[in-house]
Design a protein around this ligand. Structure first.
Ligand code: C2E
Ligand code: CA
Ligand code: CA
Length: 604
């Protein structure tokens, strides 16, 4: 009955929509529906159904409705048929409910209502869930873009960081793009932090970074801050004619540095490495290639940093730098082993005599020596450098002091005069633990500490003059004297002399060498002597090679002399022999008379 009502309703609707629609189908479904209602309302079999669920009045109402419109159906009266359709649409859900009630009972209706309700709740929940998801997705996006930023960007300066640079480098290698890497170091940047505070230091870095960025931007060269005071630029150029870029780069950074810190103490060191110079042997992965380039730029930068700190310097990687770096690595490993091997004899300390006009004194300078089986004699400055850069500076310093202590306690003890030993201190050795080291090494012979003179250089004092002065006083308290080495080669020798009280100054070899020809040098040495004596400081001249040099130095009043004229650095046993000879009146300085005799100097 429900289906037939529905079918008639649909035919009716179709007839009303389409003008040309034939009425035959409508009449047929009308007849069927008529007889269906009729049968339902009159047959015996449906009597029980009619009583149930209030079916009788509902179906009667529907039957009366179609009966009322019989003429309209037969005539195709559209207007009335439209009314019929409207009314059937009201009757149809009642008949549908009747059917549902009849077949499934009221529980089903309740269930449907319950389900309808549930569906509504579900839609609401889904809506809320979607909102929550969108919120979380947004937060996730924001966090990940922040993480991305942190991963690629330097927080302080806003410049890209080392990771970003490595990525650019990797991509350049991958795309076979010719490139050149520049590493830029701001030397003595620590001064800004120390003297002006970290806030100014940060501002200075930010300024330099923005300057660098504005230079690189027009060329499309990526730049980055790769460590605290080091920047890098990846120039997409073969590097052969890079001055079009490096010149304005240096000029602009120099201007920025001068505006930040007009004291001219900071300088730029730039190391350059070209991709064309990287060894492209097969099997080299992109990463290895990029790392090698970075390593080459680092080596070039190290070279650039060897220039005096007072001026800007640029160096470009050359293949021999890598060989030197390999040699340094090997020396580092071997030095480390030698320092703990009591049986090795390749590394030793030599002693160069320092003679004095005072007949009761004789001295020497302890100088490290290394006879390498493959490389031959290693330059002592290289030994010290290798030790310093590999963290062995302190160990080497301790080892040298131990050798000095050993030497003092050999046959040297039988020398019947006071022997001073000058020991060079490296940067890392001159620190708070030095005193403890000295006390331990000289524990059995504390009186020998009076024989020690520690030689320091001006650059060691500059970083923190207050701390330096404190350490100096502590050393003095245990009987050690301090000499200022290489006097006159630095910038602020006078300032250092003014602020710190030294026992000796050592006039640098370059003054002594140049003295014979250049009167200016003579005047300078003369002045240094005069000034030092006024301050109660002894003057030592190093690099005395000739009789003439000795004579004029003596005339100027230099107190002690060191140089090849007397002896080259000697082994401990040879130094002992020298002392015996010297003290057996072979000495040229014992008395004014002997000098006159020996050097034939009439006006002395
Ligand atoms: P320095 O402290 O100025 O040492 C003096 C240097 O001058 C020594 O060079 C010595 O051999 C050389 N010399 C002395 N007299 C003459 C001379 O008449 N003519 C010439 N041409 N040279 C002379 P050396 O031994 O090559 O040492 C070079 C530098 O290496 C030293 O300069 C010092 O800075 C450093 N050094 C050497 N030994 C040690 C050490 O044990 N510890 C530390 N920290 N540094 C050391
Ligand atoms: Ca020295
Ligand atoms: Ca010196």
């Amino acid at each position: 009955m429900e289906l037939e009502t529905l079918e008639f309703r649909n035919d009716l609707a179709l007839y009303l929509v389409e003008d040309s629609s034939p009425r035959r189908s409508l009449l047929l479904t009308y007849d069927i529906l008529w007889s269906r209602y009729d049968t339902f309302l009159s047959s015996q079999e449906t009597a029980a159904m009619r009583r149930a669920f209030n079916a009788q009045p509902i179906v009667e109402r529907a039957f009366r409705l179609i009966q009322r419109h019989e003429q309209a159906v037969l005539n195709g009266d559209r207007e009335r048929l439209q009314n019929l359709l409207n009314e059937i649409d009201i009757v149809l859900p009642q008949i549908r409910n009747l059917m549902v009630n009849n077949f499934t009972g009221p529980a089903s209706i309740e269930q449907r209502a319950f389900l309808d309700e549930k569906i509504k709740v579900m839609y609401a929940a889904m809506f809320i869930l979607t909102l929550v998801l969108i919120f979380f997705a947004f937060r996730l996006y924001r966090n990940s873009s922040k993480q991305q930023e942190l991963a690629w960007q330097d927080r302080l300066t806003g410049l890209p960081n080392r990771n970003y640079l490595l990525d650019c480098l990797y991509k350049a290698v991958q795309q076979n793009r010719i490139h050149t890497l520049l590493l830029i170091d701001i030397r003595r940047f620590k001064d800004i932090n120390d003297l002006m505070g970290y806030e100014q230091g940060d501002k200075a870095l930010t300024k330099l970074a923005s300057q660098l960025n504005s230079i690189c931007l027009p060329y499309g060269y990526p730049c980055a801050r790769v460590s605290s005071n080091e920047f890098a630029v990846l120039a997409y150029s073969d590097g052969r004619h890079l001055s079009f870029f490096t010149q304005p780069l240096c000029d602009s950074l120099r201007r920025a540095i001068d505006s930040i810190y007009p004291g001219h103490r900071l300088s730029l060191a730039i190391g350059i490495a070209k991709s064309l110079d990287v060894d492209t042997h097969s099997g080299n992965s992109h990463w290895q290639f990029a790392n090698e380039l970075l390593n080459n730029a680092d080596l070039a930068l190290m070279r650039a940093k060897q220039a005096p700190v007072t001026k800007d310097s640029i160096d470009t990687f050359k293949t021999e730098y890598e060989q030197e770096a390999q040699q340094r690595r090997r020396l580092r490993d071997e030095l480390k082993a030698h320092l703990i091997d009591p049986y090795q004899d390749a590394l030793y300390v030599a002693f160069q005599p320092i003679v004095s006009a005072d007949p009761n004194r004789l001295g020497c300078e302890a100088l490290v020596r290394w006879h390498h089986p493959e490389y031959g004699p290693i330059n002592p400055e290289l030994i010290v450098n290798v030790a310093e850069e590999s963290g062995l500076g302190q160990r080497l310093g301790t080892w040298i002091l131990q050798q000095v202590h050993l030497a003092l306690n050999t046959e040297w003890q039988s020398i019947n005069t006071h022997i001073d030993i000058a020991v060079n201190l490296s940067d890392s050795f001159f620190n708070e633990s030095l005193i403890a080291d000295v006390i331990t090494i000289f524990a059995k012979h504390p009186e020998q500490r009076k024989q020690l003179i520690f030689e320091v250089t001006e650059t060691m004092t500059i970083d923190d003059i207050g701390r330096f002065s404190l350490l100096m006083n502590q050393l003095r308290d245990v009987g050690i004297r301090i000499a200022l080495d290489d006097f006159g080669t630095g910038w602020s020798s006078m300032a250092v002399l003014n602020h710190l009280s030294f026992d000796k100054v050592k006039v640098d070899r370059s003054f002594v060498t140049g003295m014979a020809d250049i009167t200016r040098q003579q005047v300078l040495v003369d002045t240094i002597c005069h000034m030092a004596h006024q301050l109660g400081i002894h003057v030592v001249a190093e690099g005395v090679e000739t009789r003439e040099q000795l004579t004029s130095l003596q005339q100027m009043g230099v107190d002690e002399f060191q140089g090849y004229f007397f002896a080259k650095p000697l082994s401990a046993i040879d130094f002992y022999a020298f002392c015996i000879d010297y003290l057996n009146q072979k000495n040229v300085l014992l008395s004014k008379q002997s000098i006159k005799n020996l050097f034939n100097i009439n006006n002395f």
